[in-house]
Design a protein around this ligand. Structure first.
Ligand code: TRP
Length: 456
């Protein structure tokens, strides 16, 4: 058994707040609704739910188990697990991927987090009042065309993230999530109530829960899997590193189910906060990434001061949700760098933060000043992609999925069964056998198919 020498979460509940804080983010509130709308509503939601249960929960358990079992940051954790199980040293590379990929995700995540800050302020001070439909699209485009604004807001979100992570687990991460997560939940429920009373609630229920089975295609399954991975923070170190601060007497299966359940609940709730308004205003739900940023401000501006208040709350909520996710994306590298006490935590946070911030500048410039730069044009797969698209695709569609695939093989085949049996604490029960079968066969084969389809 590992001697505990680093900080730990105050309780299982605090861990749950932090892990749910990581999982719940732009992925749920900004991305989920537009991806649902683009993929035919109910059919997508159904497949999404199935993937969360069959792939998501077993992978969450695997990542949490590796972190908690070793009480170490990802590189050291995977190294130690491999060593104890006499597995190949090549697994060390997986550990490095687990701390580098989240920095890649951060480069574009922090840019979008910046948009939410810009919108919260703009609506809050009333500069998005009395909009006509064309105005809103123009305002969104104007933001995309303003390099300085984008860099400013991205930098602010980076500074907030670095500041919180530098303070450490107790006074940084833990304090932040215990304040922001309950606030987020309250705002979301208020918004949902408001939307369902004033908007088209019944129509939204039908849209999200009445599946048209003819819409289920391989592409839909693929989109659902990508969305589930991203939303559950899988394949990029967040869950593994949060697991390493978890006390040994807390049940991993229960925590994994709690995270998956809450994350899915918030995604559905945000659907119910957005679709009733979208339908009531006759907005086209399939308007893509702009759904939240282009359409909702129109609606808010039509509702007078109430709209101004709710609009401000909504984008503030998005910013909160983003920040409790960005800290979990910076933490893996910071934990890794400061673990051997070579660097202090603050220094590690500044170095790792500076690295993603610097690349983030190029991401912020990708749709304006550098929009004609296509760095990997010589590869057919990347043809026509700007810098942001390349980084986004590589991090979210290639390496995260690959990491998930490898970690399921690691947990199912490389780690000794006696270790997983002990860590998961379910005994040699039916549930353990189901988990074991899922990570050994179902997840690797399923994810390999998805990967094959996306990349090859
Ligand atoms: N899950 C978060 C969201 O939905 C984003 C996120 C945090 C993430 N940590 C991650 C995504 C690790 C992938 C991997 O917004």
């Amino acid at each position: 058994m590992q001697k505990v020498k680093h900080e730990q979460w105050a309780s299982g509940f605090t861990f749950l707040l932090a892990a749910v804080g990581s999982a719940v983010g732009l992925g749920n509130i900004w991305r989920f609704p537009y991806v649902v709308a683009e993929n035919g509503g109910g059919a997508f939601v159904l497949i999404y739910l199935a993937i969360v249960i069959v792939f998501g929960i077993p992978l969450l358990m695997s990542e949490l188990m590796i972190g908690r079992g070793t009480q170490k940051p990802p590189v050291a954790a995977i190294q130690q697990m491999a060593h104890q199980s006499k597995a190949s040293k090549l697994w060390n590379m997986l550990g490095w991927s687990y701390v580098i990929v989240p920095l890649g995700v951060l480069t574009f995540y922090s840019v979008v987090a910046g948009w939410t800050l810009d919108y919260a302020i703009a609506i809050g001070i009333g500069s998005l009042n009395n909009l006509q439909e064309g105005d809103s699209a123009k305002i969104f485009q104007e933001l995309q065309d303003s390099p300085l604004k984008l860099i400013f807001w991205m930098t602010l979100s980076a500074v907030i993230t670095i500041g919180i992570v530098a303070r450490g687990l107790k006074s940084g991460l833990e304090k932040t999530v215990t304040i922001l997560m309950p606030a987020l939940f309250v705002i979301l429920v208020l918004l949902m109530l408001y939307a369902s009373i004033t908007g088209e609630f019944i129509k939204s229920v039908a849209f999200m829960f009445d599946p048209d089975f003819s819409k289920i295609t391989p592409e839909l399954v693929l989109m659902a899997a990508g969305q589930a991975f991203f939303s559950l923070s899988l394949g990029a170190g967040s869950m593994m590193v949060y697991g390493s601060y978890l006390n040994r007497d807390i049940s991993i299966p229960k925590m994994a189910v709690g995270v998956a359940f809450s994350d899915t609940l918030v995604a559905l709730l945000s659907g119910f906060a957005i679709f009733p308004i979208v339908f009531a205003y006759g907005v086209e739900p399939t308007s893509g990434p702009g759904l939240v940023f282009v359409t909702l401000p129109i609606v808010f501006s039509d509702m007078g001061w109430i709209g101004q208040l709710f609009g401000f709350l909504f984008f503030l909520l998005l910013a909160f949700a983003a920040i409790t996710s960005t800290i979990s994306l910076l933490e893996p590298m910071v934990a890794q760098l400061s673990e051997g006490e070579k660097f202090s935590r603050a220094r590690a946070a500044i170095y790792a933060g500076a690295a993603f911030w610097f690349v983030g500048i190029f991401v912020a410039l990708s749709n304006n000043v550098l929009k004609d730069v296509h760095p990997l044009d010589f590869l057919p797969l990347f043809e026509g992609m700007n810098i942001e698209a390349v980084i986004n695709f590589l991090a979210a569609n290639v390496f995260m999925v690959l990491n998930g695939l490898l970690v399921s093989i690691f947990a199912g085949w490389a780690i000794k069964r006696s270790i997983t049996l002990e860590e998961l604490g379910m005994g040699d029960s039916m549930l353990f056998k189901i988990w074991f079968m899922l990570v050994r066969y179902v997840v690797p084969i399923g994810v390999a198919f998805i990967f094959y389809d996306v990349v090859l």
